[in-house]
Design a protein around this ligand. Structure first.
Ligand SMILES: Cc1cc2nc3c(=O)[nH]c(=O)nc-3n(C[C@H](O)[C@H](O)[C@H](O)COP(=O)(O)OP(=O)(O)OC[C@H]3O[C@@H](n4cnc5c(N)ncnc54)[C@H](O)[C@@H]3O)c2cc1C
Length: 387
């Protein structure tokens, strides 16, 4: 049984603790860890289940324009990640993939996409990265040229989660109003649009749908543009400000599960006439794991709470993402070590966690990028004060 005392922290309202309890019970019945032979089918099923369970409503802004509850998204991701990494992925991508529409879409775009996303009837994807533009987003080359009341897209995107199973993609392309980050625009592209194709499926250590996309003279109506032309970088970054904090929450879920597994194993594994948890070296590891998790949780829910207060969280979200993902990697590694040989057996919970955590330190801004963001915010504040 995981430690739930964090739900009493002042960051949360009573409804948050209730949400966690209900989801935890639902997840135990519907999505507890299992081996998925067909990852596409498993993801489609999880999106449907999460929609039917009513959980995906939390991933979008309300139909009447209500805001996203960052703390709810984080609690849901943490809870799902503790049960099943693919369920967390399915939830997160519905939110990330539709986040730009929630935050910046027109009423018509919101009506056309968000209810279907919330019911689990339409699968969403977020397409920002390119082969030559990962950490350096502003180097993107995929271009959209206006042609009357349409735009024509050419270029490619890679590492796109849900690529191959998504019904629509929020795609960022260069429209050239100004150089660099100020000349990018966001568009919604339906998967059946002529000129759009899945060029390659990519296999990764923790399998989930992932693809490289290609656009060849792909014509889309200007009504599919999200926000103003040239504002796409801001659209992407404001979406990431919400979901970057939730990556930290997912890492917390993985770490809590690893600590639970470690405690269960260490207290029953007999050796040298004692059990593993009788040894002080084991106790030191457990103490460090639990303290690291609490420290990461405090940063994560501080960022989520601060965003829900309507405040800027660029620095706080970066601190949370960096700390929670790096800590979770260490916690999971320590847990695996306690399992000895059993820890590296395929599909054992800790083996799976070991693979699942790795990409979180890279996507939505690698740890080094988070460090740059934190330092930039610190230096900006310092130089503004001096001026
Ligand atoms: C499993 C997975 C899912 C993904 N899903 C999506 C998705 O749905 N949509 C999407 O758009 N993208 C997605 N991505 C892409 C992801 O955001 C990029 O992989 C990430 O931004 C890093 O870009 P890159 O892979 O090109 O690495 P690079 O930009 O080449 O960076 C390589 C490494 O360089 C280091 N580095 C970067 N900047 C600096 C610096 N300034 N100083 C020192 N070191 C630095 C970091 O360690 C970094 O990991 C996904 C990636 C993965 C692995």
């Amino acid at each position: 049984m995981s430690d739930k005392t964090y739900l009493e922290w002042p960051f949360f309202d009573a409804r948050h603790a209730q949400l966690e309890r209900e989801l935890d019970a639902w997840a135990s019945r519907h999505v507890s860890q299992q081996h998925e032979a067909d990852v596409d089918a498993a993801c489609r099923q999880l999106v449907r289940q999460l929609g039917e369970g009513g959980w995906l409503h939390h991933a979008i802004a309300g139909a009447e324009g209500g805001s996203i509850d960052t703390r709810a998204i984080c609690l849901i991701r943490e809870t799902l990640a503790r049960h099943n990494g693919l369920a967390d992925f399915a939830f997160a991508m519905q939110g990330l993939g539709s986040g730009a529409i929630s935050l910046h879409g027109t009423a018509a775009q919101r009506d056309a996409y968000l209810p279907r996303v919330a019911r689990g009837e339409a699968i969403a994807a977020f397409a920002l990265s390119e082969p030559q533009a990962g950490s350096d987003v502003a180097a993107m080359q995929c271009a959209a040229v206006q042609d009357g009341d349409h735009y024509v897209l050419n270029g490619e995107k890679t590492w796109i989660s849900n690529g191959g199973i998504a019904d629509f993609y929020v795609v960022f392309a260069r429209t050239g109003e100004q150089p660099g980050a100020r000349g990018i625009t966001a568009f919604i592209i339906d998967a059946d649009t002529p000129g759009f194709e899945i060029a390659e499926r990519i296999q990764v250590i923790a399998p989930h749908p992932l693809a490289r996309l290609v656009f060849r003279d792909c014509r889309i109506p200007a009504t599919q543009r999200i926000g103003e032309a040239g504002q796409g970088f801001k659209v992407a970054m404001s979406t990431l400000d919400v979901f970057r904090t939730s990556v930290a929450a997912a890492a917390l879920g993985f770490a809590r599960r690893a600590l639970d597994e470690a405690l269960a194993h260490a207290t029953q594994r007999k050796m040298f006439g004692q059990v593993l948890s009788d040894f002080q070296m084991t106790q030191a590891k457990l103490a460090q794991m639990a303290t690291g998790i609490d420290a990461a949780a405090l940063l994560t829910y501080r960022a989520a709470w601060q965003r829900d207060q309507g405040r800027n969280v660029t620095k706080e979200a970066a601190m949370a993402k960096m700390t929670a993902t790096e800590t979770a990697q260490q916690v999971i590694d320590a847990a695996l070590q306690m399992f000895g040989g059993l820890g590296v057996v395929s599909e054992q919970p800790v083996e799976r966690l070991y693979r699942e955590i790795r990409a979180l330190r890279i996507y939505e801004g690698a740890t080094e990028v988070q460090q740059l963001i934190i330092a930039r915010e610190l230096l900006r504040a310092a130089t503004t004060k001096e001026a």
